[in-house]
Design a protein around this ligand. Structure first.
Ligand code: F3S
Length: 291
């Protein structure tokens, strides 16, 4: 039996940078109390390790207000903004606290903020293709200075009925599925909308998805490792399930209950952007040594 582990599995560049930033702050003497706005990544193991080291997760703008004392005295400590960024309003609220701010927003996400900001200032209506409730998309939407629409899937694009005389700029959530994005763009074009397309899907996602699809096509069993609330991991699972009927979605090795038949020749393994290397290694070692 052959085990194929995707080369583009696990932490992407943006997540690596964000996680390393927090660990660096822990080891920096003058950081004070360390906070992250939302969990730094969608991975419980990493987040609980950071918690043990004293890092506190701030969940909402209300939590930020509570950091400032009643007489308005600034909070003491450091806050790290995670890789998928925050809304303009949250950014302002963070700055108001007086905490030292370290912005680990991925440069690819920052680029979308800039595109949305400048295109909307130029009078374009913005269309963001992605999950409306995802914090990255909420952040992107907040940078629009005028009308903005979120389209979650091609179906919503088909039902989109707005003024066709206007100019639109389309961007995508960095982790959106490339094929679905193309399909969505074509629907707008075929329906007569004047659109300027800025493909903001990040390469890390593209490479990861293409490679996962290719391995899943060849594999008899496919294992996708990722956090339950990680949207890029769920998308990987979706892509792999289409190609391989025996696709498993696990968070850690504990979730894996494999029962491999003798005719299984290839087991493929991939992982979402928030999966640490050691978990991928544990899973591949287990499969290699037990089957
Ligand atoms: Fe950045 Fe792409 Fe990762 S946008 S956070 S490198 S998935």
């Amino acid at each position: 039996m052959k085990v194929i582990v995707a080369e583009h599995a696990g932490f992407c560049f943006g997540v690596t940078k964000a996680v390393e930033t927090v660990y660096e702050q822990i080891n920096t003497d003058n950081s004070g109390k360390i906070y992250t706005y939302g969990p730094i990544i969608h991975n419980e193991t990493v987040v609980s390790d950071l918690e043990k080291k004293g890092v506190k997760v701030i969940e909402s703008a209300k939590d930020l207000e509570n950091l400032v004392s009643q007489d308005g005295e600034a909070a003491d400590g450091t806050i790290v903004i995670r890789s998928h960024g925050v809304t303009r309003q949250v950014q302002a609220a963070i700055e108001k606290t007086g905490l030292k701010v370290i912005d680990a927003t991925c440069p690819f996400v920052k680029r979308i903020h800039k595109v949305v900001d400048s295109e909307s200032l130029a009078g374009k209506h913005i269309i963001v293709v992605g999950s409306a409730k995802h914090p990255e998309v909420e952040g992107i939407v907040s940078y629009a200075n005028g009308p903005v629409h979120v389209i979650e899937n091609p179906e919503e694009a088909r039902n989109f009925n707005e003024n066709r005389e206007l100019e639109y700029t389309i961007v995508a959530q960095t982790t959106f599925n490339r094929k679905k994005f193309q399909e969505t763009v074509e629907i707008f074009e075929n329906n007569g909308y004047n659109i300027n397309v800025v493909n903001t899907i990040c390469n890390a996602t593209d490479e990861r998805q293409t490679e996962a699809e290719d391995i899943a096509r060849r594999a008899d069993v496919m294992i996708v490792i990722g956090g339950a609330s990680s949207s890029n991991s769920r998308k990987l699972y979706e892509i792999c399930s289409k190609e391989c009927d025996n696709t498993y979605f696990i968070q850690t090795l504990d979730d894996l209950h494999l029962d491999l038949h003798e005719d299984v020749k290839i087991v493929g393994i991939t992982a979402g952007a928030s999966t640490p290397k050691n978990i991928i290694e544990e899973v591949q070692n287990y499969v290699r040594t037990n089957f």
